[in-house]
Design a protein around this ligand. Structure first.
Ligand code: NAI
Ligand code: MG
Length: 357
């Protein structure tokens, strides 16, 4: 299997290095894996003027899977939209057609006190957010900012288009129903059908699709209520499926239930399980270069890569068990530190995972 590694900016290179060490340890044990490195995001802009250069696109298209750190940072925030690092991220997701973003939010028992919610609300939490990733208002046309005649006279207006085709909804729905079937058999579809036609269609397609999955219990929730329920009673959920924008927001919210966004992996899959694997967090410019970032979200993303793109469940579980073990041993990066545990940096956390492996 060929893996294209896109370390990116900020803490990206630090956390990706630890995930690579874990994968290299498995390679020494016989896992067939090759790495190719390329530029994405701010460093790609600096080197080529393009956040997603053609050379990177070629490697990514040829690879079996992509492991990505994170992109972006204040240095590039003032660039025109097309040159911003985050634009590179949207382009690679869209070009590879990785429409299904799986974000598990699991509270490890050892981190019960790291959550900002009371232990009784979050203990044992294990939910999966399935976010549509290549459509919705993030990609919809037309969009723009332009001067128009308004009731306040001539002035700039900004607009975007929320749009989904039936088939786009159906294919993400199938991924979510299949995932629910393998888990607790409960699927909650989140929309805003009371005010947005686009999401009314979303609901209709989900209801239609549910006929193929009689063993899965489908429910619906409006997104504002879902935001509330996630912090009020998160354990009512098993699998949640929603569009790109709502999923972006709800999955960040869900991450806090588990203690730290530094713990949350993600997989973004196309129809053939070719995938892009990345932590759910960004490039954390506030702690970049200090060697303190939590590499576990990226290491767990590598585990998801072995599960979905390599079909190697045993290797995935081996990594996940190693992560559980280091938490049980008390190793904590700053974001999940609490008194009585051992504070470690990025590299020492990687060392601990390797030792546990
Ligand atoms: P962020 O996720 O980078 O950071 C939010 C907070 O979480 C910060 O306090 C950070 O220190 C902390 N944090 C994040 N990951 C951590 C880790 N592994 N260990 C310990 N602490 C961690 O989000 P923010 O600050 O909104 O964005 C920073 C930059 O990242 C921006 O340029 C943004 O556009 C970009 N970004 C990139 C993403 C990606 O590459 N997929 C996703 C989200 C943001
Ligand atoms: Mg986000």
């Amino acid at each position: 299997m060929k893996v294209c590694v896109l370390a990116g900016d900020g803490i990206g290179p630090e956390i990706t290095a630890e995930a690579l060490r874990v994968l290299e340890a498995l390679r020494a044990d016989g896992l067939k894996i090759e790495f190719e490195h390329a530029l994405l995001g701010g460093r790609a802009v600096d080197a080529t003027g393009d956040p997603y250069p053609e050379a990177t696109s070629k490697l990514a298209r040829e690879a079996d899977a992509i492991l990505l750190g994170a992109v972006g940072g204040p240095k590039w925030d003032t660039l025109p939209r097309e040159q911003r690092p985050e634009r590179g991220l949207l382009r690679i997701r869209s070009e590879l057609g990785v429409f299904a973003n799986l974000r598990p939010a699991i509270l490890y028992p050892e981190l019960a006190n790291a959550s900002s919610l009371k232990p009784e609300i979050v203990s044992g939490l294990d939910i999966l957010i399935v976010r549509e990733l290549t459509g919705d208002i993030y990609f919809g046309q037309p969009r723009g900012i332009e001067v128009r005649d308004t009731q306040w006279g001539e002035q700039r207006v900004g607009w975007n288009t929320m749009i989904y085709a039936e088939e786009e909804i159906r294919r993400i729905g199938r991924v979510a129903f299949e995932a629910a079937r393998k888990r607790g058999k409960k699927l909650c579809s989140v929309d805003k059908m009371n005010v947005l036609e686009c999401t009314q269609l979303w609901r209709e397609v989900m209801i239609d699709l549910s006929k193929d999955y009689p063993d899965v219990e489908l429910s619906h929730m409006l997104v504002d209520n879902a935001a509330m329920q996630l912090v009020k009673a998160p354990k009512q959920f098993d699998v949640v499926v929603t569009g790109n924008m709502f999923g972006d927001i709800l999955s960040d919210e869900a991450s806090m239930l588990t203690g730290s966004i530094g713990m949350l992996p993600s997989a973004s899959l196309d129809a053939n399980n070719k995938g892009l694997y990345e932590p759910s967090h960004g490039s954390a410019p506030d702690i970049a270069g200090q060697g303190v970032a939590n590499p576990l979200a990226t290491i767990l993303s590598a585990a998801m890569m072995l599960r979905y793109s390599f079909g190697n469940e045993a290797a995935a579980v081996r990594i996940e068990n190693a992560v559980r073990k280091v938490l049980a041993q008390g190793y904590r990066t700053g974001d999940i530190f609490e008194p009585g545990t051992t504070r470690v940096g990025t590299k020492q956390m990687g060392d601990a995972v390797l030792a546990a492996l």
